[in-house]
Structure formats: structure tokens, C-alpha cells
Design a protein around this ligand. Structure first.
Ligand code: UD1
Ligand code: MG
Length: 457
């Protein structure tokens, strides 16, 4: 039987290079905090516990760890010192302990699993994920001999030969839970940075007659986030993964590089997405739905066989049933559209319920705001709203009713009612010729006056 895993997430670093009031690990990637990615990837291992290590006063970070417990590292004295702070929370845990960084959101569950499995197979007390760095300057170097990891040398402490080693430490470490307390307890800060290095656990394990190993992975996966520029690099990497996963699940994308997803975006099969579409948080899209170019979609459940866009905007709190059409320059906000309802062109539908089968004409506005509060517009099924209508909320339009084009509707319309909310048209027969003559005379007089004025000069 496999022993249960524990995960320790180090997140007590200052993150000064972000130049931000927001703690580094809370900066969003694919619309969720960086830390949430780290936690999700760790949680997929089904660990017995996850423990966060945070800086004093980092209450927002502690909240982001919840329901997982956090411990406070009182002073930032190094990665080993941070891991040591978690020992109390690991009491009684005998299985492997994975130590990961809160600012390395791209490390996959597969790599974590690979490391744990390799340690178990080799009977290693300590294992690390390593990679061959294009530029190893900032990293600790993995000194390997005959397949065993001898030690990790931090860049600043490395000698000339060690500095030529490109095999680098990702920071992800797996430590035997039965030995972790004694290994971390023995760490010293007798190095150039006067820090307690987690990486020294390798040398200490070997000195205690234990084995240490390094498992190689891809550099891209171990990219940490220390600056806004690196945040953007991580965003690109995550977007590529999300797009690839969506396509593997049966989504067609005309130009994948221009489709921006959230970590929680969900798709059915045979969804087609045009270029330049952004999915904000909390969107699910049913099968056979088409999302055309240049749409911005957030906080909505979209049904099957729906047509959206081009140039549509759907804002949070919306619900779009099967077979709905939402056309160009249509904006929805906290609006439910029933089965087969259509708003094909140029409409603002805010705080509205649109019944099944209803048709919303071009230029319709749900007038939901009176300067103080928001009000709902409730439209029954099979209603016809003529073009260029203002529906002044709060308003109810009953089943099968008809609002004539150009109406400003301020009173409820009962089922099957027809509402005229516009001035009555006046038509004068045979008067167009006379009107033309009058307009021509007026234009000629104006021209004559202008030429006399310039002649007088
Ligand atoms: C660390 C590794 C290095 C590795 C590199 C990979 C050590 C000594 N060095 O170096 O071998 O190549 O990561 O990026 O482990 N943290 C705390 N408390 C502290 C210090 C750090 O919680 O006192 C946390 C940080 O928030 C961060 C992580 O630990 O999430 C790594 O810290 P960082 O200072 O970036 O370590 P490096 O010097 O980059
Ligand atoms: Mg670092």
C-alpha cells in the first residue's frame, strides 16, 4: 500500500519585484490566483494534508490556502527555515512530504507524481525535480554521480567547476516523512546568504547514510514568477495548456492563440470558437454551440446549439438556454434567456428574463437603472419586442405580447397585449412635391445671400 503524501507550499517570500500591494501568490493567472493553481495541482495527488507557509500578517494568503492550514514563518531566513516552520503541522505524518513553491504555478501533477514514485522506487530519503537550464545562473546546481544526487550547490556558493553544471534545481523536493524533522533540524546557515537552505537536506541525508536522487523535467514547467514579465510568460504557458486541453476535448478553435480561457472554463463537444474570444471566470458552454469572433464572455452557463456573436458581450449572472441566438453588438448582464430566444442585433439586456422563443428586435434596451437602483425586466415566452424599444424596468411583458417598434414601455403589458409606446404617425397625402419646392427655394435663397456677401467685400 502506498503511504499518504503531505504537501508543504512555501509562500512566505516577499515578492518585492512584483511592485504590488497584492501578495505575489495572489496575482491571477487564467483568472484565478497563482496559488490556486499550485494547490489544485497538489490536491490532484489526493494528499493526506496540505500545509501553507506564509509571512506574518499575510491574512489574504492564509484565506487563499483555506481550508488548508497555514503556519507563519516569523522571519524570512531561507527555504529550509520556511519548511522547518511546517514541521509542527506535519506531526504524525510518516509518508513522503513534497515541498513546493507558491510562486511556481506551472509544475504539473504528473511531475509531482513522477518524483514521489521515483523516490519510492529508489528508496531515496530525498528527491528533487531538476532540469537542464538554458541559463543556470540563478539556480542551485544538482551534482549527480552514478545516478545519485550528491548535493545541491547554490549559485552563490558554487566553485568554478560547479558553476559549469547546467542541471538545475527546480525547488520541488520530496522528503521522507520519517526523516524530515531530523534533516531540517540539522540545517545550518553557514553560507554566503546566511540562509537556511532547504537544498542542504540532500547533503545531510547522504551524511546520514541515506540516498538522494534527481528526476529530470522540462525547464518551462519550473519557471517561477518573480516579476510582471514572468507573470505574463506563465499566463501564456497556462493559456496554451488550457487551449490544448479544450481542443483535445472536442473544441474547434480557428485561431487558438487568440482565444483566452479561464482555468474553470468548461466546454461540451463540437463547440466552435472563432478568433479573438475571451472567456472570463465561470463560463460553461454546451455542445454544438458556436461562438463567433470578438466575443467577451463571463459568468454564464450557455446551453447547447447556441449562436453567440460576432461582437457579443455576456456579463456575469447570465444564463443562456439551448438554441438561443445572441448576435452582433448584443450585451447581456445578469440576464436569463429561455430556450430558443433571439436577440440578433444591437441590444442591451441587463437584469432581464427573456422567455423561451421570444424575439428581441434590434436596438432594444432594457432600461434597468434609474440612477439609484437596478430593476428587472421580465418578458414571458413567445413575446415579440419590436426594434428600437426601451423597456423601462421594473417591467413585465406577458406571454405572447407584442411591443411595437420604437416604443418606450413604462407600463406592464399583459399576455397577448399589443403595446404602442410611441407618438402616432401623421401622413399628409400628395404633399411631397410642395415640400420639395419649398426646400429648393430655401436653398437657392441661402446661396444667393452668400454670394452677395462675398461680392460686397
Ligand atoms: C531556490 C533554491 C534553488 C532553486 C531555485 C529554483 C534554495 C536554497 N534554493 O532558490 O536551488 O534553483 O529556488 O527557483 O532552496 N521562501 C519562503 N521563506 C523564505 C525564503 C523563501 O517561504 O525564507 C519561499 C518563497 O516565497 C518562494 C520559495 O520559497 O516561494 C523560493 O524562494 P526563493 O527565494 O525564490 O529561492 P531561490 O533563491 O530562487
Ligand atoms: Mg526564486
Amino acid at each position: 500500500m502506498k503511504s499518504p503524501i503531505a504537501v508543504v507550499v512555501l509562500a512566505a517570500g516577499a515578492g518585492t519585484r512584483m511592485k504590488s500591494a497584492l501578495p505575489k501568490v495572489l496575482h491571477p493567472l487564467a483568472n484565478r490566483p497563482m496559488l490556486a493553481h499550485v494547490l489544485a495541482n497538489a490536491a490532484a495527488l489526493k494528499p493526506a494534508r496540505i500545509v501553507g507557509v506564509i509571512a506574518p500578517g499575510a491574512t489574504e494568503v492564509a484565506k487563499a490556502f483555506a481550508p488548508h492550514p497555514t503556519v507563519v514563518q516569523k522571519r524570512p531566513l531561507g527555504t529550509g527555515h520556511a519548511a522547518r516552520a511546517a514541521l509542527g503541522a506535519l506531526e504524525g505524518h510518516r509518508g513522503p512530504v513534497l515541498v513546493v513553491f507558491g510562486d511556481a504555478p506551472l509544475v504539473t501533477t504528473a511531475s509531482l507524481r513522477k518524483l514521489v514514485a521515483a523516490c519510492a522506487r529508489a528508496g531515496a530519503a530525498v528527491g528533487v525535480l531538476g532540469f537542464v537550464a538554458r541559463d543556470p545562473t540563478p539556480y542551485g546546481r544538482l551534482i549527480v554521480e552514478d545516478g545519485e544526487l550528491l548535493r545541491i550547490v547554490e549559485s552563490k556558493d558554487a566553485d568554478a567547476t560547479e558553476r559549469t553544471v547546467a542541471f538545475s534545481n527546480s525547488g520541488v523536493m520530496c522528503i521522507d516523512g520519517k526523516l524530515i524533522a531530523s534533516l531540517l533540524g540539522a540545517l545550518r546557515n553557514d553560507n554566503s546568504k546566511r540562509e537556511f537552505y532547504l537544498t542542504d537536506a540532500v547533503r545531510l541525508a547522504r551524511e546520514a547514510g541515506q540516498k538522494a536522487i534527481a528526476v529530470a523535467g522540462e525547464e518551462a514547467e519550473f519557471q517561477g514568477v518573480n516579476s510582471r514579465a514572468e507573470l505574463a510568460v506563465a499566463e501564456q504557458a497556462l493559456q496554451q495548456r488550457l487551449r490544448a486541453a479544450a481542443m483535445a476535448g472536442g473544441v474547434t478553435m480557428t485561431d487558438p492563440g487568440t482565444v483566452w480561457l479561464s482555468a474553470d472554463t468548461k466546454f461540451g463537444t463540437d463547440v466552435r470558437i472563432g478568433p479573438n474570444v475571451r472567456f472570463g471566470p465561470a463560463v460553461s458552454v454546451g455542445s454544438d454551440t458556436v461562438i463567433n469572433a470578438f466575443c467577451d464572455i463571463e459568468g454564464v452557463r450557455i446551453g447547447r446549439g447556441v449562436l453567440v456573436g460576432p461582437f457579443a458581450r455576456i456579463r456575469p449572472g447570465s444564463e443562456v438556454a439551448d438554441g438561443v441566438h445572441i448576435g452582433n453588438f448584443v450585451e447581456l448582464k445578469a440576464t436569463r434567456m429561455g430556450k430558443g430566444a433571439k436577440a440578433n442585433h444591437l441590444a442591451y439586456l441587463g437584469d432581464s428574463d427573456i422567455g423561451a422563443g421570444s424575439n428581441i428586435g434590434a436596438g432594444t434596451i432594457a432600461v434597468n437603472y434609474d440612477g439609484y437602483g437596478k430593476h428587472r425586466t421580465v418578458i414571458g415566452p413567445d413575446v415579440f419586442i419590436g426594434s428600437n424599444s426601451s423597456l423601462v424596468a421594473p417591467l413585465k411583458v406577458g406571454r405572447g405580447a407584442n411591443v411595437t417598434a420604437g416604443s418606450v414601455v413604462t407600463e406592464d403589458v399583459p399576455a397577448d397585449g399589443v403595446a404602442f409606446g410611441r407618438a402616432r404617425q401623421v401622413t399628409k397625402k400628395g404633399r411631397a412635391t410642395a415640400l420639395r419646392a419649398k426646400l429648393q427655394d430655401r436653398a437657392a435663397a441661402a446661396k444667393k445671400a452668400a454670394s452677395e456677401r462675398s461680392g460686397n467685400k
